[in-house]
Design a protein around this ligand. Structure first.
Ligand code: SAM
Length: 461
């Protein structure tokens, strides 16, 4: 690690007093490594959880029920189970923000600064596929990585946007039950993990971040419904970007009340450090009280209910998908609250929230790298070709044909390299290649072979 900037040392010494020594000593200890199970694929009690715990020597993170510590030498990020989306590699302290947000199935949630997707994927797991998740990232390259992570973890009800907070707050006033702003910050909690964060740190950078946070936070707040909750978080230690940003926000937006603040410090626990504040927008039923209302939203209110359908290109595309799914994915149902959305030849299943987030007009004019679950593409002659995202969002057991490989088998490695797999004689058509029952992508069988349909860009070389 490069030497700590003297003004950082000076400030921490004042801020922490007697505890500063312990704080500085924490830089001599190895950094913490964490992963979080993807409950969309591994619900509590799933038998594979035990074998993951043993394989990677996992120990629980006390503040996150789905989180685990692991030793650096284990490298779970390189394992085929990571490719299968069974977990997300996430710094343990960072898990606190989505825990405070506490999304419930059926909520409409916004993650305003979402890439690469640690907290988005945590929120999605808590939604359990029900409700709406809008994950936004301002930078195009990072938005692409976010969309890939959403896809890898098989999240069926997320829309990935690439907008400024200003554009989004104009489009979605008072729309969401819960909003997370994991703000761009000076990254003091990244020093052990990323030497660049030390080099980029300066008192001026802290000030610039604090100003930017003060600009973004009111936009996050404007998108929250009355009674809803907002979490503001950073991975930095200074009060300027944390408590003072929140205090400044409360002065400007007195309809908010601070419910809880959490500070994670590396000298006090196993983690790199984080700050999170939970705020409530007063004046309406709380998000928790409103959550009872979700049960009353039945399938007949969805924009996709059959009686609403006319023979638009979208409906024709959906019928092509349905014909495909009946044959090759007989065990899979799309999330109930959704509607088909056609972008050129690409068919998506757009999550909807009646009265708040409904049709394609909701997204018109915004950059949307992923307007919901990408079901597939329409090819010449009305042929439907399924997308990789769909394979990752279904259980392998839903597919008519499954080429299942063991985790450490040569077949699993061969599939990830883009090679064919042997298929039983007589098997034809689409199927899912899986590792121990967890999808890795599509295959198409003919002549005793499963042809590899994993996207070329994702294959290992
Ligand atoms: N929540 C993410 C996670 O858990 O993986 C980490 C988010 S990171 C701390 C902050 C993000 O804010 C970055 O991806 C950065 O590109 C984005 N950002 C930068 N400037 C922004 C701005 N003016 N408005 C919104 N987001 C911004």
């Amino acid at each position: 690690m490069p030497p700590l900037p003297p003004s950082f040392v000076e400030r921490i010494s004042i801020q922490l007093g007697e505890e500063a020594d312990a704080f500085f000593r924490s830089y001599e200890a190895p950094r913490s490594y964490g992963l979080r199970l993807n409950r969309l694929k591994l619900p509590p009690g799933h038998p594979s959880i035990r074998s993951l715990e043993e394989r990677f020597g996992l120990t629980p993170v006390p503040w996150c029920g789905d989180g685990y510590f692991y030793e650096e030498s284990q490298r779970p990020g390189r394992h085929v189970y990571h490719t299968a989306g069974l977990y997300y590699i996430q710094e343990p302290s960072a898990m606190i923000a989505a825990e405070l947000l506490d999304p419930q199935p059926g909520d409409a949630v916004l993650d305003l600064a979402a890439a690469p997707g640690g907290k988005t994927t945590q929120i999605a797991a808590k939604l359990g596929g029900e409700g709406l998740l809008v994950a936004n990232e301002i930078h195009p390259g990072r938005a692409k990585i976010l969309a890939e992570n959403v896809e890898r973890l098989g999240i069926p009800n997320a829309v990935v946007t690439q907008s400024t907070p200003q554009e989004l707050s104009k489009r979605f006033p008072e729309t969401f039950d819960r909003v997370l702003l994991d703000a761009p910050c000076s990254g003091e909690g990244m020093f052990r993990k990323d030497p660049e964060a030390v080099r980029e740190w300066s008192p001026e950078a802290v000030e610039a971040c604090a100003l930017r946070q003060r600009e973004i936070l009111p936009h996050a707040a404007a998108m929250l419904r009355e009674g809803g909750t907002l979490v503001y978080s950073t991975c930095t230690f200074n009060t300027r970007e944390n408590e003072e940003t929140v205090a400044c926000f409360l002065d400007r937006c007195p309809e908010f009340r601070l419910l809880r603040e959490e500070r994670m410090w590396p000298q006090l626990g196993q983690g790199e450090g984080h700050y999170a504040a939970l705020l409530r927008k007063e004046g309406g039923p709380s998000a928790v009280e409103r959550s009872g209302r979700h049960a009353s939203i039945g399938p007949d209110r969805t924009a996709s209910s059959r009686k609403d359908r006319t023979k638009s290109p979208e409906i024709a595309a959906l019928q092509a998908y349905e014909t495909f799914a009946e044959e090759w994915l007989p065990g899979f149902q799309l999330p109930v609250l959704g509607r088909p959305l056609l972008f050129g030849d690409a068919l998506y299943w757009l999550p909807v929230m009646p009265g708040r987030f409904e049709g394609p007009e909701t997204l018109r004019g915004l950059k949307v790298p992923r307007p919901g679950l990408h079901l597939g593409d329409l090819r010449a002659g009305g042929r439907f070709e399924p997308d990789h995202a769909l394979a990752m969002a279904v259980p392998a057991s839903a597919a008519r044909n499954v080429a299942d490989c063991a985790a450490d088998s040569p077949e699993a490695a061969a599939y990830l390299r883009g090679e064919t797999l042997p298929a039983p004689i007589g098997v034809k058509g689409w199927g899912i290649a899986a590792v121990d029952g967890f999808p890795l992508g599509w295959v198409k069988a003919s002549d005793g072979q499963y042809k590899n349909r994993r996207p070329k860009g994702l294959r290992l070389v």
